[in-house]
Design a binder for this molecule. Structure first.
Ligand SMILES: Nc1nc2c(ncn2[C@@H]2O[C@H](COP(=O)(O)OP(=O)(O)O)[C@@H](O)[C@H]2O)c(=O)[nH]1
Ligand SMILES: [Mg+2]
Length: 353
């Protein structure tokens, strides 16, 4: 695993810096720029503060966007209608959605109208309400040990982070002692199969693959056959995010499901839709579209480390009520976290966990 080391350093370096490059142009702060001692310090800080602070650091762009606009509204005056309106706008701007924004502001108005409030009190009140919205969707992905394997189909648009998330999940479950197999079902893009193989090697799990252009459903069938024969605990199936058109993609996903059900009528046991948090409101449309193509059991939100639009997670939770089983906070194999409602809500509002 020595090759993940430089990756980690550059990830820390990027995360520590407020001037993180846009996610669309990743890679990376030069590793050489991180002196050994700085990297060691980072590792030390990391160990002490744990993943909660990493989440907060990762969310910093989203947090900054929300908190700055809220803070800017307060000059120690009594809460009036104008401020409430402006707060509502700030929440909408931060991608929390019209309905969540209205709900939070209405509640705040009821409780504090005409009273003196500080921006910190407002953020704390919002954080509590957001945590309440998020709590029901903060559900972990449970692997059913009776399934051999528990089949996880991973879908989402191109570039949303499917393949990376599969690698992270593979690493996680392998680390928990499960036998994992991957199916390189994105046979549409030339580099996609190779990418999954590299990740598979890194995580130390076998990857079932075929050449570009091969039938994805056939591949998924073979992978499930093999995973059953080898008594794997988890089979993760990667898929294409874009084909020639939407109908093709819909047909391909439906065919994968149909074909694997010949081997296991209840497969896939989990269908995860991966959404890129940097796309903000567009994520809503993606949920709607993919739901028409395949049953979606849960969401994974990626790139929360580089997104100023992390608030969209709240809007999605409120609207679709789909479990958020994990969040991606970096490009490294360890950068997947269970989703925790309160930590996320407080992080978003710039408050300590
Ligand atoms: N910063 C960051 N980048 C991510 C995250 N997840 C994926 N990526 C990057 O997003 C890009 C697309 O990811 P990929 O897994 O290939 O997407 P796919 O097309 O859906 O399979 C890659 O450059 C990944 O490294 C994340 O949580 N944070
Ligand atoms: Mg991919």
């Amino acid at each position: 695993m020595s090759e993940t080391e430089p990756e980690k350093k550059s990830w820390f370096a990027r995360l520590r810096s407020r001037e993180t490059p846009a996610v669309e142009t990743p890679e990376p702060a030069p590793v050489e720029a991180v002196t050994e001692s700085a990297a060691e310090q980072d590792a030390e800080v990391e160990k002490k503060s744990g993943w909660l602070s990493r989440l907060r650091d990762g969310l910093s762009k989203s947090t900054k966007r929300v908190t700055e606009s809220i803070t800017g509204l307060f000059t120690k005056k009594k809460l009036d209608q104008e401020t409430l309106n402006e707060l509502e706008d700030a929440l909408i701007q931060a991608d929390l959605g019209i309905s969540v924004a209205a709900r939070l502001v209405e509640k705040l108005g009821k409780e504090r109208f005409g009273k003196e409030v500080t921006d910190e009190e407002v953020r704390a009140a919002f954080a509590d309400d957001i945590a309440e919205i998020l709590q029901p969707v903060a559900v972990p992905l449970v692997i059913d040990p009776a399934r051999k394997p528990h089949v996880i189909l991973v879908i989402g648009v191109n570039g949303s982070g499917k393949t990376t998330t599969i690698a992270k999940l593979a690493n996680l479950h392998k680390g928990e002692g499960r036998k994992v197999m991957l199916a390189a079902g994105d046979t549409f893009r030339a580099a996609a199969v190779e990418q999954l193989k590299v990740w598979g090697d890194r995580a130390g799990v076998p990857v079932v693959s075929k050449d570009t252009g091969a039938d994805a459903a056939g591949l998924a069938y073979e992978a499930l056959e093999r995973a059953k024969a080898e008594k794997c605990d988890v089979l993760l199936i990667d898929t294409a995010g874009r084909l020639h058109n939407k109908t093709n993609l819909m047909e391909e996903l439906a065919k994968i499901v149909r074909v694997i059900r010949k081997l296991d009528p209840e497969a896939p046991h989990s269908c995860l839709l991966v959404l890129d948090a940097t796309t903000g409101q567009n994520a809503h449309a993606q949920v709607e579209t993919f739901r028409t193509m395949s049953p979606v059991d849960a969401l994974v939100l990626t790139k929360l480390d580089g997104s100023a639009k992390g608030g969209v997670l709240v809007a999605l939770a409120e609207k679709f009520k789909l479990p958020v089983v994990a969040i991606g906070i970096g490009e490294g194999i360890d950068d997947l976290r269970p989703f925790e409602a309160r930590a996320f809500a407080r992080g978003l509002m710039g408050l300590p966990a």
